[in-house]
Design a protein around this ligand. Sequence first.
Ligand code: GUN
Ligand code: ZN
Length: 437
Amino acid sequence: MGDDHLKIYRAEILHFLDDPAIAGEAESYQYFSDGVLVVKNGRVEAVGPSHELLPNLPAELEVVHYRDCLILPGFIDCHVHYPQTEIVAAYGAQLLDWLENYTFPTEREFSDPNKARRVAELFLDELLRNGTTTALAIATVHETSVDAYFTAARTRRMRMICGKVLMDRNAPDYLLDTPETGYRESKALIERWHGKGRLSYAVTPRFAPTCSDEQLTRAGQLLREHPDVYLHTHLAENLDEVKWVKELFPMCSGYLDVYDHFGLLGRHSIFAHCIHLNAAEFALLHKTGSGIAFCPTSNLFLGSGLFNLTRAENKKVNVGFGTDTGAGTSFSLLQTINEAYKTQQLRGHPLSALKSLYLATLGGARTLDLDGVIGNFEPGKEADFVVLDYRSTPILALRLERCNRLADKLFVLAILGDDRAVKATYVLGKEAYRRGN
Ligand code: GUN
Ligand code: ZN
């Protein structure tokens, strides 16, 4: 392995090879209490115990040693709204009022490309500060909001998926497109950005209530014309929303059936929330290979409900975490795990630390069909990773003194950890964020 481009990182290392619910917890991960991650030209060259790997590496190479730290694959956020960064923590409303009172007026401002650029840059830096290296993001209805996002992501070399909102009814006039302009602008964006470097496009009807039949038909047309782009939308988040969808689409048997009717389900289709779905709808998500973004901080904040993760597991539906900021209250996948744990406690199924860290990494990558390139440290994968500091706060350090088992240690780190626990974030093997001390 004598190569100038080799970089060596030493710390505790954890990554997943499979879903703990499928493979069994013990078989689902690799953990090295004193591990080494070898990176070559931005990709994983090797991972393993230091006593096995270090003797075979050129002695003159520098080893970056993170003591009292855990290296994990970069976190993956499967549902987030970058233009809502400024409205995190808006008081007092559930979904439909929250959209009208807070969201739409803010999104209006993204017709200004300078505004979009400023927020996109701040947002992506915030993701890096939280250890997140990939996201499936929603922009606004404005074409330029997507250009701003992809431009900022390209500069940071981050693997990102984004799309322009399609929305032609039931929102203020100033935010509406039409089936035709929505189609044309989405197509132009796909041609400009999809598959360029680490960037991918998502056709993004906001949700069924703000899209006419004709617009959903056009969304289906875009997917047929560009089979590898994503479909990203919201589904069954709030009971008033579900009722409204029944009134707007009386010919459909349920909310998911609306999207199915227009040909929007598939391996690259991601539906945020999915709280109020029945078992048959979960089965259809599985059958079509569609994925779910589970957004616990948002679901609790907007009072939307408790996602049924056990049902998703039983029905073998791909699930990843979404922060869903601004309805979500934290950019941190650790804080997202914290709230996910509480939602599942209320359902009577405590979520394990291993399963939740799987969801934040390889589970997200699988949901986005990106597990061939990111999500764990198999050789050849893109070297996106986060360094978490076990001693980042006095309470965390104190609490960890009482943990002997790996599962306990990881649980405490996930529940008490947040952006302060992120010591560094690496994108394609290069440091993209380092915490000040
Ligand atoms: N449903 C439709 N639009 C939105 C949005 O912006 N946020 C959330 N949480 N749900 C939505
Ligand atoms: Zn959302």
